[in-house]
Design a protein around this ligand. Structure first.
Ligand code: ADP
Length: 167
């Protein structure tokens, strides 16, 4: 029986949708490791360190959640931790195709590692990190989309860029 599961992602930034998946997955496994992928090709919004700090703060109420990062292959990261379960979240049909491909690739690389999917809650079904970034960039209210630890970090980032524009 699996004691440990890994919930991998970019979490750039973490949203309430991510936190909901973390809270629910943390009731299913003895330990849930939330792993921030640090090998994305795109320029990130937040540094890996900021994402880790924000995730740690936002999950501090969950005693069995551990937050860390990884680079390289996800299945190798799972093997390094002797972990046989990967948790992912599913919002809509559009997520399914992408998640299906990744899960099949991971299975062919590491057949002993299972992918399990938790379905989003209604109120978060539209919520994605890209939506948060866009709303923040356009001056909208993102506070209902992210945990407080993330809202604070977005606010400082916006203040910093306003400072750069109006020294
Ligand atoms: P990726 O790992 O593809 O960069 P993210 O970091 O945005 O994606 O998300 C990590 C995982 O969480 C993915 O499986 C994604 O589908 C899922 N997820 C993201 N937002 C939500 C949400 N609002 N509800 C449920 N699952 C979500």
């Amino acid at each position: 029986m699996a004691k440990l599961a890994i919930y991998p992602g970019s979490f750039d930034p973490p949203t309430l949708g991510h936190i909901d998946i973390i809270e629910r997955a943390s009731t299913l496994f003895q330990t849930l490791r939330v792993s921030v992928g640090s090998n994305s090709e795109k320029a990130p919004y937040f540094s890996v360190e900021d994402r880790l700090d924000a995730l740690r703060e936002s999950t501090s109420h969950l005693a069995n959640v551990v937050v860390g990062s990884f680079d390289g292959l996800l299945v190798q990261h799972a093997r390094d931790h002797d972990c046989r379960v990967l948790v992912r979240g599913l919002r809509a049909i559009s997520d399914f195709e992408y998640e299906f491909r990744i899960a099949m690739a991971n299975r062919s690389l590491a057949p002993e590692v299972e992918s399990v999917f938790l379905i989003t809650r209604d109120e978060y079904s539209f919520l994605a990190s890209s939506v948060v970034r866009e709303v923040a960039r356009l001056g909208g209210d993102y506070s209902g989309f992210v945990p407080e630890a993330v809202a604070r970090r977005i606010e400082s980032k916006l203040a910093e860029s306003r400072g750069d524009l109006n020294p």
